[in-house]
Design a protein around this ligand. Structure first.
Ligand code: SF4
Ligand code: SF4
Length: 383
């Protein structure tokens, strides 16, 4: 793995960070030299990481057809609102420029990108890998060959209460058997009981599943703290029910549920044990800057090579793709997975912990990349 690549991805810039990164890479190489059976897995990790060497976020739409409780996008009192959005030809020229900039991975986010399918189409052929975050209620045409991550919030009853309708049912119907699709189930203390039902439904529709964890915005938490009366938009339930934040007990329960999900549905659940342990540990997951309250070491921070463009097609100076989410409560899958490119010291202790890191990178690739890099086929052929 080359040091500049990981340095770019992890946004390490100063001398001591580069030295520590070099040390990590040397340790990786030593494990591979001592255990040659790891060579194909390490090659695969390098291919996966290389696919993310120049990533960018693109906000494709400022509209959505749903009203989800605590929405990370609309429950943001400082949201950038673009009043005059560019025409289609300008989106095409914009992605030409992004192509010239050698962007390798586009994260197409919203509000709801499926409402702007021509904009998505403008990125096809210009950005090699893409990951679209959608609610799944509007099917994205099959000529848009990017990974499609479909947000899931629970079973029919939970969907109706938290999102105002049968979102999962529509998404399953729209994407049954679609190789681009992966279901992204956002767990919260309010929906943990629905995991078995949702997993069975996804299995029956030939769809893989991974998990994120609900992470509230400052706007939402402030409303709860101030006991603001409920409104009819994105703050309907917490006014009486309280914040859906994870207590240490909730985290233990979540960890158990995730273990069980991997055990009962190994054919469709994309997760890893090491990642489960990391994402469910108590306290902030990140090193939080005491002055700003922002995570110093989150891989989703918009800095270095990583950019965020609003629907005005201008780079936006935001901390990450969910700028109002409270970093100290954040367990979103975007920040969590993108913080794994560089193996943390705990994964470089023994060959087993190094294997755990390789597991994570393999799962990360399966979640974000479509089609999968050739190293996946080579690995399967060797087994
Ligand atoms: S689908 Fe996403 S953007 Fe739309 S309301 Fe729900 S959480 Fe917000
Ligand atoms: S993704 Fe990272 S920067 Fe964004 S809210 Fe979460 S921890 Fe903070």
């Amino acid at each position: 793995m080359d040091i500049e690549l990981v340095n770019t991805l992890t946004q390490r810039t100063n001398e001591s960070q580069i030295l520590s990164l070099r040390d990590s890479l040397e340790k990786c190489q030593k494990f591979v030299a001592d255990f040659p059976e790891l060579v194909p897995r390490y090659q695969l990790a390098k291919q996966v990481i290389r696919a993310f060497r120049r990533p960018a976020f693109y906000e494709m739409s400022q509209r959505c057809n749903l009203w989800c409780e605590g929405c990370y996008y609309f429950e943001n009192k400082n949201r950038i609102e673009v009043t005059h959005e560019p025409r289609q030809t300008e989106w095409e020229s914009f992605f030409d420029t992004e192509h010239s900039r050698n962007v390798t991975m586009g994260y197409f986010v919203g509000a709801e990108p499926a409402l702007e399918v021509d904009r998505l189409r403008a990125a096809v052929g210009r950005i090699p890998y893409g990951k679209i975050g959608t609610n799944g209620t509007i099917r994205i045409d099959s000529d848009i060959q990017f990974r499609i991550g479909i947000s899931v919030w629970g079973d029919e009853e939970t969907d109706t209460s938290l999102r105002g309708g049968s979102v999962l049912r529509k998404a399953l119907r729209n994407y049954q058997g679609d190789p681009r699709a992966i279901m992204l189930f956002t767990l919260s203390p309010w929906n943990l009981h629905t995991v078995p039902t949702v997993l069975d439904a996804c299995r029956d529709h030939g769809l893989p599943v991974t998990f994120s964890m609900f992470s509230p915005t400052h706007t939402y938490l402030d409303k709860i703290r101030r006991q603001t009366p409920a409104d009819s938009q994105f703050y309907r339930i917490a006014a009486t029910k309280g914040a859906p934040v994870f207590t240490p007990d909730d985290l233990d329960r979540t960890s158990d549920i995730l273990s069980l999900a991997m055990e009962t549905h190994p054919d469709i659940v994309l997760f890893s044990d090491a990642y489960r342990e990391w994402i469910t540990r108590p306290g902030p997951l990140y090193n939080i800057d005491q002055e700003t309250g922002i995570a110093n070491d989150c891989g989703s921070r918009i800095r270095g090579a990583l950019r965020y463009h609003s629907t005005g097609l201008q780079p936006a100076a935001v901390k990450c793709c969910t700028p109002d989410v409270d970093c100290s409560e954040c367990r979103l899958y975007s920040g969590s997975w993108s913080s794994q490119f560089r193996p943390a010291p705990e994964y470089l202790q023994t060959v087993q912990t190094f294997r755990n890191w390789l597991d994570m990178i393999e799962v990360l690739g399966r979640i974000f990349l479509y089609p999968l890099p050739p190293a996946y086929d080579e690995l399967v052929a060797r087994q």
